[in-house]
Design a protein around this ligand. Structure first.
Ligand code: SF4
Ligand code: FE
Length: 480
């Protein structure tokens, strides 16, 4: 396993084509806007080396028997699935943001299932290719970006009917040594902190869309891959000298648009090629794993609840009964989320490939809760924090000889607490509910791993209605 320092050095060796604010980013690793997101991924390496977290953060590879980072592991039993959920909460609490590495883990696990299933029906050898690739990822302890979301263009049209055929990523040329692909993947979490990109189709497909039914892995700096960084609310605060106004000066996340401009993929890195009948299964398996991964938000919720309680104490308001009740409600919602990610793992089962997968109904129910509860937890945190969270002056004004003394005097809460500490905790709440981290805690909770309607469709499909009706009819004496 790599150390955080080795991870950082490994990123320096990549030659990524990254753009931000209209310019090419020459030094991605040290860029002040990107750096906190790299720190968050580096934390997945650091935590794996700490003996106290070994059980949660590492696993034994089922292909080599070696100790590996759990983020590169294929789940071998229910215990692995449960530990994955616990790892998400642990990491969310340690970083207070999206730590980005789960998408690759979820892509690897979904491919371990689907490559096997394709081979069984089609007589192909995708699973062997995949296992070789997996061994490479585990051996080098790599970060993989799991790239699923296409831009999608007109949502009412399938891929092959789009006015621009590139709005879904597709094969444009077949060669002896591989294929050439064109298209893009949007909202790619942690893209420029990744060594590898694993591409998957974004929806179930029919025969007419077979050129779009393609899955493969590429080095993140393969020729023709271009990254355009997404903005985040308050992102340029990271360019400021001080730390206070950033809320969480240590960690963050990022998303990017990843363009594949006629990119070559060798055959040994292709895991699905025109087997359109399996595109839906790959999407469904990946989505279920990733909906479980939203255990991360429970950890971030821990940070926000801790911040709200601290803010209440700094204000001298912690004994007010309505404040206590709001904290209870926040914990109730957060632990309900935890129930969801633990239960879908505990109810997991083994697929023919040997890989364990979560209970898909429960994973979708969990993610549906994630689209709602963090918003309510954030609302309650803002309620407790008070308006100062959004009206407080800049760190410079606290340092200024002209204004510092006034701010220190008039923004004091509980006199035992330095005014600046009160400001720090309010800025953290701002960061989590309105600033850069709100991308991860709120909007990503809404749309990441599929927007709310995607889960409702799965809940409708997976809830066993026949069994429910049977139970009702039996107890009401209906004999049909
Ligand atoms: Fe992982 Fe959560 Fe970020 Fe998704 S949103 S990559 S599950 S930390
Ligand atoms: Fe996400």
């Amino acid at each position: 396993m790599m150390t955080p320092q080795q991870y950082e050095e490994s990123l320096r060796k990549l030659n990524l084509e990254v753009y931000m604010f209209g310019k090419r980013v020459e030094n991605v690793v040290d860029d002040p806007i990107i750096r906190p997101s790299m720190n968050a991924v580096a934390k997945t390496y650091e935590m794996a080396l700490r003996p106290e977290y070994e059980d949660i953060m590492t696993a034994t590879s089922h292909i080599t028997g070696k100790r590996i980072n759990r983020f590169t592991h294929i789940h071998q039993n229910v215990d692995d699935l449960v530990k994955k959920s616990k790892m998400g909460r642990l990491m969310g609490r340690a970083t207070g943001c999206c730590f980005q590495r789960c998408v690759g883990m979820d892509a690897l696990n979904a491919l371990s299932i689907v490559t096997y299933d394709i081979d069984k029906t089609k007589g192909t050898d995708y699973n062997q290719r995949f296992l070789k690739y997996l061994a490479f990822v585990q051996e080098h302890d790599l970060v993989c970006d799991g790239a699923m979301t296409d831009p999608k263009g007109n949502r009412s049209l399938p891929p092959h009917q789009q006015a621009d055929p590139d709005l879904f990523l597709h094969v444009v040329e077949e060669r002896k040594d591989g294929i050439v692909v064109r298209g893009a993947k949007a909202h790619q979490t942690g893209a420029v902190n990744s060594h590898e990109i694993i591409v998957m189709p974004t929806i179930a497909m029919r025969a007419e869309d077979q050129d779009y039914a393609v899955s493969f892995a590429l080095p993140s700096d393969a020729k023709g891959i271009v990254y355009v960084m997404g903005r985040q609310s308050c992102d340029t605060r990271k360019l400021e000298a001080g730390q206070l106004d950033r809320g969480n000066p240590f960690f963050g996340g990022h998303e990017a648009l990843v363009v594949f401009d006629n990119v070559f993929v060798p055959w040994q890195r292709i895991f699905m090629y025109k087997e359109y009948e399996f595109a839906g299964s790959l999407v469904e398996n990946f989505a279920s794993y990733h909906r479980q991964s939203y255990a991360c938000k429970v950890g971030v919720g821990d940070v926000l609840i801790g911040a709200a309680q601290t803010a209440a104490e700094y204000n001298g308001a912690e004994r007010a009964s309505h404040v206590k009740d709001k904290i209870i409600e926040m914990n109730h919602l957060n632990e309900t989320l935890y129930c969801g990610c633990i239960s879908c793992a505990s109810e997991g089962h083994q697929e023919p490939s040997g890989t364990y997968v979560v209970d898909k109904l429960l994973a979708n129910v969990h993610k549906q809760n994630v689209t709602r509860f963090p918003y309510e937890i954030a609302r309650l945190a803002q309620d407790i924090a008070g308006g100062l969270m959004v009206t407080m002056p800049a760190e410079e004004d606290f340092k200024s000889p002209a204004t510092g003394k006034w701010l220190d005097k008039y923004y004091a809460g509980n006199c035992d607490v330095p005014t600046l500490n009160r400001m720090r905790i309010l800025r953290l709440i701002e960061n989590l509910t309105l600033g850069t981290a709100a991308v991860g805690y709120l909007t990503e909770s809404m749309h990441g791993a599929g927007s709310p309607q995607a889960q409702r469709i799965m809940i409708a499909r997976l809830a066993n209605m026949a069994e429910k009706k049977k139970a009702a009819k039996k107890l009401s004496g209906i004999d049909e």
